[in-house]
Design a protein. Structure first.
Length: 240
């Protein structure tokens, strides 16, 4: 998430009256686009930029918090400067929005999933104005390699592994939930209980079980396309 443009030179010939003279115009120099140079940032701000990608903040709030993903998700570049460090920290830890409306995305509770140091780095990155940091970009799903490969990349891009673990192994504590942990997505029991259609529905509308401060499955229906949801399901079906 570079293309170089080349401008071809033109050679013009003119034939003078009576003489056979010719004039040549020099070819223009190729113009090569140069990517912007990342700003000099502190280690803490760089840490925050990478956490912003890792925890899929960019997938809802836009690249470097610029917004534009969903009308229900604010552009953080326009609001972070007006919020205190304490306010931003509280929103990350305790969530925001209405989790009971399955048609709109909400900010889930991240307490227990994102460490205090990571939260501090995220807040520092936001308060620094979301500087560009080299390498802090979401993984791009490969094209033309099938739904399973695309789904595996999307599983990382949208931060599913932060809660459900790599390869859907689960194990992240969630003390206020009925099972006290975030469920794994592997094994015959899971795929016997939930059909592909069931899994797609949960991804689309989210799952809020138990009481606060529970870590809840957010609604992805207005963030992910139907094709992307189907690709994630295709990947999950291989985890048996």
């Amino acid at each position: 998430m570079l293309a170089a443009g080349f401008v071809g030179g033109a050679i013009g010939w003119s034939i003078g009256g009576g003489g056979g003279s010719a004039s040549t115009a020099a070819a223009s120099t190729p113009a090569v686009s140069t990517p912007p140079t990342p700003a000099q940032v502190s280690d803490q701000e760089a840490f925050g930029a990478h956490a912003f990608v890792q925890f899929a903040c960019a997938q809802c709030h836009g690249d470097r918090g610029a917004g534009g993903v969903s009308p229900d998700v604010p552009a953080l570049q326009s609001v972070a400067s007006s919020l205190t460090v304490a306010q931003l920290t509280s929103i990350i830890e305790h969530g925001a929005g209405v989790s009971k409306n399955p048609t709109k995305p909400f900010m889930p509770i991240w307490h227990g999933v994102i460490s205090r140091q990571q939260i501090a780095a995220l807040v520092g990155y936001m308060k620094a104005g979301f500087p560009q940091v080299a390498g802090a970009v979401p993984i791009e799903p490969p094209a033309n390699q099938g739904d399973v490969v695309a789904g595996q990349a999307l599983y990382q891009r949208y931060g599913c592994e932060n809660c459900h673990g790599p390869n859907g192994l689960g194990g992240v504590p969630n003390p206020q939930s009925p099972d006290t942990t975030i469920p794994s997505l592997v094994g015959k029991d899971f795929h016997t209980e939930f059909s592909d259609k069931d899994i797609a529905a949960i991804i689309r509308s989210g799952s809020v079980l138990g009481k606060a401060p529970i870590v809840s499955m957010p609604h992805w229906g207005t963030i992910l396309s139907d094709q992307q949801i189907a690709q994630i399901v295709a990947y999950l079906t291989t985890l048996t």
